[in-house]
Design a protein around this ligand. Structure first.
Ligand SMILES: C[S@@+](CC[C@H](N)C(=O)[O-])C[C@H]1O[C@@H](n2cnc3c(N)ncnc32)[C@H](O)[C@@H]1O
Length: 304
């Protein structure tokens, strides 16, 4: 969604842009190119291999960027408050992460059950799949994977690991495939299970909530935040954040009772109400983009 991101963030010379999920550096390069000759880019990724790849790709722009290996939830720890014109968070996994079997993200190729974006962390997918209790496993599959057969799959995983430890992506994918044969369906039956385990290993929901708050704090008034999500759980977090920060009132608890509202300052506005989807051509060229949803918000300019 390159064109759509550039349209949303409107990079221009002299501005300061942030790519919190720099990956291979594709969006970052486009932001630097479009803000030539003197736009600045801060980039981060929790994956050391991504930081290295992005550094190589951005070498021609030396002197115009700073990249750190960091979680985007920490953006406000190293970037000045109210100082940036645009922030991009392009969530999910990168193609190199999926394509390298040894990273353990893919059910298409056999590799260790790993799934750590930051390999300095010790918790792996194998630790979770072999260590969590059945009900906790079912809760994760249901909440983070929206897997309709969460309880059945959790029970089967626990039964299987009593026979032998699950060590590889292939073992987990084949187990789920035995329980829910594909019958010609396009989507692999283990898609949701892998998504849920990955989100848990990488603490993705909490990172996203803190990352959105950090992004809002480093934006200038009038600066924009673009998020690309790949499943409804992530998109719900972005929508809830946008809804809360674009209201000019707060309320206690989970029910909005108009009589009990407390006024507050609105912090952002939606640039458009509906999420932007990738074009049919993009999905045809890159099927992984099919579930992408781009949302754009703008930090409110205050009247002096
Ligand atoms: C879809 S890829 C980004 C691709 C990138 N936009 C490009 O143009 O190449 C997502 C990247 O976000 C990184 N990531 C995911 N969650 C993160 C987090 N909480 N903090 C920092 N990086 C994160 C992943 O490691 C991965 O490299």
């Amino acid at each position: 969604m390159m064109a759509e991101v550039l349209e949303a963030l409107q990079p221009r010379p002299g501005g300061r842009w942030v790519d919190g999920t720099i990956g291979g550096g594709g969006h970052a390069e486009a932001l630097l190119r479009a803000s030539s000759p003197n736009g600045w880019l801060f980039g981060s990724d929790r994956d050391g291999a991504a930081v290295e790849a992005a550094g190589k790709r951005l070498a021609p722009f030396a002197g115009r960027y700073e990249i750190r290996r960091a979680n985007f939830s920490e953006l406000a720890d190293w970037i000045e408050k109210d100082s940036c014109d645009g922030v991009l968070l392009d969530l999910g996994v990168s193609s190199p992460q999926l394509d390298e079997p040894e990273r353990g993200f893919s059910f298409q190729q056999d590799g260790p059950l790993d799934m750590r974006m930051d390999t300095r962390q010790s918790l792996t997918a194998a630790d979770l799949v072999n260590g969590l209790g059945e009900s906790e496993l079912a809760r994760i599959l249901s909440d983070l994977g929206e897997e309709p057969q969460a309880r059945r799959f959790a029970r089967a995983i626990v039964r299987e690991r009593q026979l032998h430890r699950l060590e590889t992506t292939g073992q987990l994918a084949r187990l789920i495939e035995r329980l829910a044969p594909r019958h010609g369906k396009k989507r692999h039956p283990a898609t949701r299970v892998f998504q849920a385990v990955r989100a848990t290993v990488n603490n993705e929901s909490n990172s996203l909530s803190s990352g959105l708050a950090a992004a809002l704090s480093i934006l200038k008034p009038g600066g924009r935040m673009a998020t690309i999500t790949f499943h409804s759980g992530e998109d719900r977090i972005v929508k809830a954040f946008g809804r809360e920060k674009s209201r000019d009132y707060t309320f206690e608890g989970s029910v909005d009772v108009p009589a009990l509202r407390q006024p507050c300052e609105q912090e952002l506005r939606w640039v458009q109400r509906k999420a932007i989807q990738p074009s049919a051509e993009e999905v045809a060229a890159n099927p992984r983009a099919r579930s992408a949803q781009l949302r754009v918000m703008e930090k409110i300019r205050r009247r002096e």
